[in-house]
Write a protein that binds this ligand. Structure first.
Ligand SMILES: Nc1ncnc2c1ncn2[C@@H]1O[C@H](COP(=O)(O)OP(=O)(O)OP(=O)(O)O)[C@@H](O)[C@H]1O
Ligand SMILES: [Mg+2]
Length: 269
């Protein structure tokens, strides 16, 4: 479990501290997918950095399977347990071939070469890039590069994956491919914290948390959160109804094909 308990965080700045998170409590269990929504500057990326100990809370605590991220003794355990994938895959690509790129993390941890080969093959298979081992990363499509970044995180065999707007730079196909990978990982028991500004992507999660100026404004199942009237005042518009219906169907909710108004979707629920 990743557990944020009353977490406050501020960035020091010459003009006074910028408080990015205020008394935030939330959790992600193994096999659970939690989506985080919020307007620009609401603290989403800061939350991601705190989840794997790259930043430490000023108040409150972040526990990863019981380990306090502020406890120096657990720094590496926490980073291995919580994989982090950023918005721009190009910032995470470090090698000149797909295979070397995915191997980079486990190599740095001193994993046995034999095991590295197995892990790289498994990670590439999971993200659907098996067969492209020898390719140069910059020759891949945007969606493939983002899946490569996810494979790099998976090669460390994390229990949890935190993704900061992983589909923001992708076209529809690239986005669908990345969301498909997240579904697979969730089924395998990985806990997922998915930061996104696509409400339709959030609709596929088990739970949705909405941040507003660093505080948790809403939290619940997608259906509960999307029904909140305050959604639009938090800088979020409910997704176009067709997109929402598709996302609910993908999540296993039996929404009939004829449901193309908000009322008919609500009725189906
Ligand atoms: N390195 C930094 N130094 C100072 N202030 C920062 C820094 N990074 C973020 N902030 C501030 O902290 C607050 C939260 O930023 P954060 O990047 O976490 O928000 P966000 O929800 O990810 O935004 P976006 O949707 O634009 O990605 C904002 O007010 C931002 O200006
Ligand atoms: Mg951000």
């Amino acid at each position: 479990m990743i557990e944020f308990a009353g977490v406050t965080f501020a960035y020091p700045s010459p003009g006074g501290d910028v408080v990015a998170l205020r008394s935030v409590s939330l959790s992600v269990a193994p096999g659970e997918s939690v989506a985080v929504l919020g307007a620009n500057g609401s603290g989403k990326s800061t939350l991601a950095l705190l989840a794997n100990g790259l930043r430490l809370p000023r108040e409150g605590s972040v526990l990863v399977d019981g380990m306090d991220t502020s406890d120096g003794a657990h720094v590496w355990d926490v980073r291995i347990r919580v994989g982090l994938v950023l918005q721009n895959p190009d910032n995470q690509i470090v090698a000149t071939t797909v295979e070397e790129d995915v191997a980079f993390g486990p190599e740095n941890l001193g994993v046995e070469p034999e095991l590295i080969r197995e892990r790289v093959a498994r990670a590439l298979e999971t993200v659907g890039l098996g067969g492209l081992e020898g390719r140069e990363p910059h020759h891949l499509s945007g969606g493939q590069r983002q899946r490569l970044a996810i494979a790099g995180a998976l090669a460390l065999e994390p229990a949890y994956l935190v993704l900061d707007e992983p589909t923001a730079m992708l076209d529809l196909q690239g986005r669908a491919d990345v969301l498909g990978v997240l579904d697979t990982l969730r089924e395998r028991g990985t806990g997922i914290l998915h930061i996104t500004h696509h409400l339709a992507d959030a609709a596929r999660a088990d739970r949705v948390v909405v941040l507003d100026r660093g505080e948790v404004a809403l939290s619940g199942t997608p259906v509960e959160v999307f029904a909140e009237e305050s959604l639009s005042s938090l800088g979020l518009a409910a997704p176009p109804i067709g997109e929402l219906a598709d996302a609910l169907r993908a999540a296993g909710v039996p929404v009939p094909a004829a449901a193309y108004t908000a009322e008919s979707v609500v009725e189906a629920l």
